[in-house]
Structure formats: C-alpha cells, structure tokens
Design a binder for this molecule. Structure first.
Ligand SMILES: O=C(O)CCC(=O)C(=O)O
Length: 265
C-alpha cells in the first residue's frame, strides 16, 4: 500500500496558507470501516457531547482524550498522519485528543468562526504550534455544513475569543475585517480525504441543510516541547508510538468483528 508522505509543496502550503488537503488520505476500505464503527458505536457513546450554535441548533461530537485499541486511535497513531504532523511542527508530537463530529441531517448546527488555539491557549499551551488532521468519513459539501477556512489566517496570530452560547468564537468585529481581506475556502471533501491544519487557522462550518448526516474525524496533536504548564481536560505530554499505516484497516476490521459478535449476544 503506497500511503501518503509529506511533500515539500504540502509543507510549503502549511507554512503559507495554514492548511492543505490530501485527497484519498484513507482509501475506500478504510472509510467503510470508519463509517461502520462510527455508526455502530456513536449512538450509545456516553462521551457524546452536544454543542449549540448561535441559533440554538445542536451539533454533536464524540471526543476522547485517551488512545485505545480501536480504529479511530489507529488513525491518530498511523504514520501517514502522525509522522506528517511531526514533520510539520518540527518536533515530537503526542495525542491531544480526537473527536468524531456528527452533523445530523437538517438540524446539525454550525460551528462559529474560531481558531482551535483560541480554546487551547486557555489550557496552558504556550505555543500555537499545534495541529490537527481532519478526515471526511462522509462527503462534506457546502450544503451539509463542510468546514470553511480562511487561507493564511494562521499568520494573524491568536485572536481574542468570546463565548457564544456553549461555543467559543473569535472576536466578531475582527473576523468581519479578516473576511473582507482574505480568501475563504470551503473544504469540499470526498470520504477519505484529509486536511492538515494549523491551530491558529480561522475556520467555521455552517448548519447541515441536507438530508444526509455529515461525519468527520478530527485528530489533534500537541508537541513535546509545548507540554501545557497546567493540568486541564486534555492530556499533557504522553509519549505516543506510531503505528504502521496497515494497522488502520486491520484494527478496524477486528473492531467491526468484535462489535458484530457483541450485537449477536
Ligand atoms: O466539524 C466541524 O464542522 C467543525 C469542527 C471544528 O471547527 C472544530 O472542532 O474545531
């Protein structure tokens, strides 16, 4: 299997635009397993959180601070993702958390404009040099509330963030000015596509107005040298070994088998 490895043009894009897209980061068999596990487990997940957007619409996420022997954790640790983030940040990386984002058909709410570091700054991380890899599990389009990013906005530095309902969003007056001057890019993705992005990249997503659910996985990383100075709800530096790229599919198939056996009991 020839898996993705960081190219110099993608590294340049990360530095200059704050993000880049890797079409087909995960192949069809892997996407089928990710979707199968998500559908089989998320309905009953006690970790499922609900967030409300400014209009009161609910958006769901299932967030984990720990790595387990499951397919989502395998995507966090696999070389094509973890080694890429390590090269982008120029340091050893560790798992900060990962989450499956769920936007239900017609009702799944928006995420307001924010930088992830707007949240993570509060957690004792001194440097914004943190990054995430988002993987589309279902198709993501403007119609179903795909993520939109402001290209190059990571270079503006951290903006002040304010609380709006139970989300935190970048200061609206400043965002308005940014949007007048910089390019907004909707991340129209096919299942399996990945996006690597910097923690100061301004992004949002609209409500899901389509009749299909929109699912994605977001793996978030911090670096060893940026170990938070205080304890908070995401982990401090914990060494993370990489897995081979093949482990994603084998772990996922094993997990699906296990879930099937459990459902037959
Ligand atoms: O999944 C989405 O629609 C947006 C998620 C997001 O912005 C985030 O988790 O920081």
């Amino acid at each position: 299997m020839g898996c993705y490895r960081l190219s110099s043009s993608d590294a340049d894009a990360f530095r200059e635009r704050g993000f880049f897209v890797v079409p087909g980061l995960f192949d069809q068999a892997e996407v089928d397993v990710l979707r199968g596990v998500a559908l089989a487990t998320l309905g009953l997940d006690p970790n499922r959180l609900i967030r409300h957007d400014a209009e009161g619409n609910e958006t769901l996420l299932s967030l984990r601070n720990e790595l387990r022997d499951d397919v989502f954790s395998a995507t966090v640790r696999c070389e094509r993702v973890a080694a890429t983030v390590s090269l982008l940040l120029g340091d050893e990386v560790y798992h900060y958390h990962h989450k499956v984002m769920i936007k239900e058909p017609l009702v799944g709410g928006a995420w307001e404009w924010h930088q992830d570091y707007g949240y993570w700054y509060q957690n004792g991380c001194l440097s914004p040099d943190m990054a995430s890899c988002m993987v589309a599990i279902t198709r993501a389009t403007p119609d179903n509330g795909c993520v939109e990013v402001v290209a190059g906005s990571h270079a503006l530095g951290r903006m002040d963030h304010v609380e709006v309902d139970d989300q935190v969003c970048a200061e609206p007056e400043r965002v308005q000015q940014v949007l007048r001057r910089m390019e907004v890019v909707p991340l129209d993705l096919s299942p399996g596509d990945g996006v690597f992005f910097h923690a100061n990249l301004l992004h949002r997503s609209a409500k899901n107005s389509s009749s299909e659910p929109r699912l994605s996985l977001i793996n978030c990383y911090n670096t060893r040298t940026n170990d938070p100075y205080k304890q908070h709800h995401h982990p401090g530096y914990t060494p993370m070994s990489f897995l081979s790229d093949e482990d994603v599919l084998s772990t996922g198939l094993r997990q699906l088998e296990q879930l099937k056996r459990e459902s037959e009991l």
